[in-house]
Design a protein around this ligand. Sequence first.
Ligand code: NCD
Length: 297
Amino acid sequence: MRDFSRVEIDSILQRAEKLETFASKGSSNLLDGKILAMLFYEPSTRTRLSFETAMKRLGGETINMVSTEVSSAAKGEMLADTIKVVGEYADVIVLRHPKEGSARMSAEISGVPIINAGDGAGHHPTQTLLDLYTIKRESHLHNLNIALIGDLKYGRTVHSLAYALSLYDAKISMVSPEQLCIPIAIKEDLTKRGINIYETTKLEDVIEEADVIYVTRIQRERFPDIGEYQKVAGSYRVSLESLKHCKEDVIIMHPLPRVDEIDVDVDSTKHAKYFKQAFYGVPVRMAVLSLVLGCEA
Ligand code: NCD
């Protein structure tokens, strides 16, 4: 996300808007004859399925590494070799891997485009693009006041989103337990970009002013010590009660999966946009795929 300009992001969002008509019904032959390889070394539901849907609804095909246990990763094959080989089969690769920097390394050695679908606790740029698309469609990007809540240390979605929001002059508040605040390197980068972040441990401090409340899951799997996870598990919960203090047109977002950060009672309110957000993954990933494959939308 660090490499994107605002003009580039805006053009992807516009492309997604054009393609949205193919996202839920109908189909197109824009990516006819193209093959997308899905390399997922970590669990995924939405990212994997929305990439596959995007590719197929645009007339392309997908090939899948079914699980790391039944692929050569289980025999100790290194990622670089897998990337080189799969690049001979496919026109583009989507990679999710537990190591930070794995997508960048892969992009350096790959003969075909690599799309980062999450590199450990690093980044998740296509999630950010769909988050921005959701904000644009369901709220507003101009003069945005957004609260990022939860695991800001290990949560890759918020890392990428914070960089992107810095291009939109958003007012960003960050709410997390002290142990899970945003990494210092990211904070310094954002400060260099002229963005001031308001940090707090209390949801009440930001909830009244926010246009968007972006909730995240505490990333249990990234904690070196489960005892440390247990200390912060369940720290925040957005409920019908919390909504009473919010703006009338506030929207609640979450990259999902949710554990217990948002009460299910909230789902039926007009503020809940997380399922819509998951749907927007399809047009946005259509836009990204068509762009990297050089196919005009
Ligand atoms: C996120 C991820 O994998 O980083 N999920 C997603 O892609 N929608 C968030 C999470 O796992 O908490």
